[in-house]
Design a protein around this ligand. Structure first.
Ligand SMILES: Nc1ncnc2c1ncn2[C@@H]1O[C@H](COP(=O)(O)OP(=O)(O)OP(=O)(O)O)[C@@H](O)[C@H]1O
Ligand SMILES: O=c1[nH]c(=O)c2[nH+]cn([C@@H]3O[C@H](COP(=O)(O)O)[C@@H](O)[C@H]3O)c2[nH]1
Ligand SMILES: NC(=O)CC[C@H](N)C(=O)O
Ligand SMILES: [Mg+2]
Length: 515
């Protein structure tokens, strides 16, 4: 898709680079995270209105630390360096950076000491968030200092004529309360953006692009009923109408009565061509005796593709494309090459799990968006709240919530427990504040007493988290009365469970799903 106005974010590997993108996009300015060594020539051709250099874990004075093309400072495009980005600016333009002796990590008070468009409209004393060990020791020629903190004489610097700025702190994190205003100042006052990145434009432009790409061919879309694939379905339906075939796979690992709900919701309401592939037996037979989480995920990933391929054969010989709900966080993980490829925590079935000889071309219209932007597109397309605001549900389904072996009996116990968790939390007025909530079936049994008898039965863990995009999460502080009714209902109503625990771990270091 073509964007008339955008800001380039060169990624030096910071954990919070994505937040820079989010903060800029929240101001209705499109931006992209691109490689740290993107050549100035390429930037010149793509003509961003501004360039941001992100933070990063490396030390600029090290010979093998990631560097930018020095010519980016000569393009006449405004540049903002953040932390490592500021140090890199100083280093590249013949200032100097001192490798750290004292780490500065956390909140700091900063004083604005100079006149800068970056800080226009802000109070002179403000709180910022620092996370660095290295320091700019000498600014390059033509630069002036515009802010200082106790620990950091050059907390912010600028070259007013060349429109080059550097900040040692991180304006993109919430712990810099006025960081948003600073990024606004950069995008609007300095880069002169208009701020016209809107979801309606995204839809318009994508509908046209999809029509052109697909032509007379057909598309098969895996529709899970989750937010991402539902939004892709609505978008593709708008673009290509009956050339779209949606396939929902009942893999036997869905939530209680999910298949009936999806049939009802998507079969009638949106007029799309929906096919249900009942493949529960196939999935369960392949998973028999498998308890390793990664093995489960891989088996499920390939079985999904087998089912899609089989279905495509029966649908139309014109099916050339496989539609996917891939989002921006999936894509950028492969952008940052610093420190080599990142560790595989979990194989997501729709990303790493595709076979090399896939017989379809992919169509992924959401690959530029974050989850909350996807929800906004869904609303704009007229999808109702009960679709757009659904909690995410992983493709491998209950398989990654049954720890250990998967059997039909254990699926049944978990479905019943999970239903009660969902019903009780949905009764809360503010249940949309809880990002995701579910039950997990543990592979252990515990002793209980019911009536006057001894029981020796399953343990269920309840997981509820708040999050914005699933990349980090905090355990949700559910009210005690809600916990109480969840526990009472599960123990009284679900046969085979005599103990309920609440998961109080955050991500990181834990993850949201247990496997
Ligand atoms: N049961 C299923 N049947 C068909 N396709 C599926 C199924 N489960 C997952 N998929 C496919 O895998 C993709 C990724 O799954 P994922 O769970 O990330 O997205 P989603 O289900 O669309 O949205 P959400 O993250 O909100 O659950 C989906 O967009 C969909 O194309
Ligand atoms: O479509 C998916 N396929 C998968 O294989 C998968 N694994 C985890 N998830 C969802 O991703 C978010 C982050 O999960 P984790 O903290 O467990 O990695 C949470 O929202 C998880 O539910 C998946 N979604
Ligand atoms: N957060 C950062 O960008 C840190 C930059 C550099 N690694 C330092 O320690 O100073
Ligand atoms: Mg899903």
């Amino acid at each position: 898709m073509k964007h008339t106005e955008w800001i380039a974010i060169l990624d030096y590997g910071s954990q919070v680079t994505q937040l820079i993108a989010r903060r800029i996009r929240e101001q209705k300015v499109y931006c992209e995270i691109i490689r740290f060594d993107t050549p100035a020539e390429e930037l010149k051709t793509r003509a961003p209105k501004g360039i941001i250099l992100s933070g990063g874990p490396c030390s600029v004075p090290d010979a093998d630390s990631p560097k930018c093309d020095p010519a980016i400072f000569e393009l006449g495009i405004p540049v903002l360096g953040i932390c490592y980005g500021m140090q890199l600016t100083a280093h590249t333009l013949d200032g100097s950076v001192h490798p750290g002796q004292k780490r500065e990590y956390g909140k700091a008070m900063m004083k604005i000491t100079g006149d800068s468009p970056l800080f226009q409209g802000l109070e002179p004393d403000l709180q910022v968030w620092m996370s660095h060990g290295d320091k700019v020791e000498q600014m390059p020629a033509g630069f002036e200092v515009v802010a200082e903190s106790d620990n950091c004489p050059f907390a912010a610097m600028q070259h007013p004529e060349k429109n080059i700025f550097g900040v040692q702190f991180h304006p993109e994190v919430v712990h810099t309360p006025q960081g948003k205003e600073m990024l606004w100042n950069f995008a609007f006052r300095i880069c002169k953006c208009a701020g016209d990145w809107e979801m309606s434009k995204f839809i318009e432009a994508n509908v046209a692009a999809i029509r052109e790409k697909v032509g007379d061919d057909h598309v098969l879309l895996g529709l899970s009923g989750g937010v991402d694939s539902s939004v892709v379905a609505a978008l593709l339906h708008k673009a290509i109408g009956d050339q779209l075939h949606c396939v929902y796979v009942d893999n036997g690992l869905m939530r209680y009565r999910e298949t009936e709900e999806i049939e009802k919701l998507f079969g009638d309401a949106f007029g799309i061509d929906l096919h249900v592939a009942r493949a529960g037996d196939l999935f369960l037979s392949k998973l028999e005796g498998v308890s390793d989480p990664e093995q489960k995920r891989k088996i499920i990933g390939t079985t999904f593709i087998d089912v899609f391929a089989e279905k495509a054969r029966t649908l139309s010989d014109k099916v050339k494309y496989l539609g996917q709900g891939t989002l921006y966080p999936d894509v950028i993980e492969s952008v940052s090459p610093i420190g080599g490829p990142s560790a595989t925590i979990k194989s997501h079935h729709n990303v790493g799990g595709l076979p090399d000889d896939l017989q379809f071309d992919l169509i992924e219209p959401l690959r530029e968006l974050f989850k909350d932007e996807v929800r906004a597109v869904g609303r704009e397309l007229g999808l109702p709240s009960y679709v757009v605001d659904r909690q995410p549900f992983p493709g491998p389904g209950l398989a990654v919530r049954i720890i250990g072996d998967i059997t039909p009996e254990r699926i049944d116990v978990l479905q019943q427990a999970d239903l009660r968790v969902r019903e009780e939390i949905m009764k809360m007025d503010n249940h949309l504040d809880v990002w995701q909530y579910f039950a997990v079936l543990l592979p252990i049994q515990s002793v209980g007493v019911m009536g006057d008898d001894r029981t020796y039965e399953n343990v269920v863990a309840v997981r509820a988290v708040e999050s914005r995009d699933g990349m980090t999460a905090d355990w949700y502080k559910l009210p005690y009365d809600v916990m109480d009714s969840i526990s009472n209902r599960i123990i009284n109503e679900v046969k085979g469970v005599n103990r309920v625990c609440y998961d109080i771990s955050s991500k990181p270091p834990s993850t949201i799903e247990w496997e």
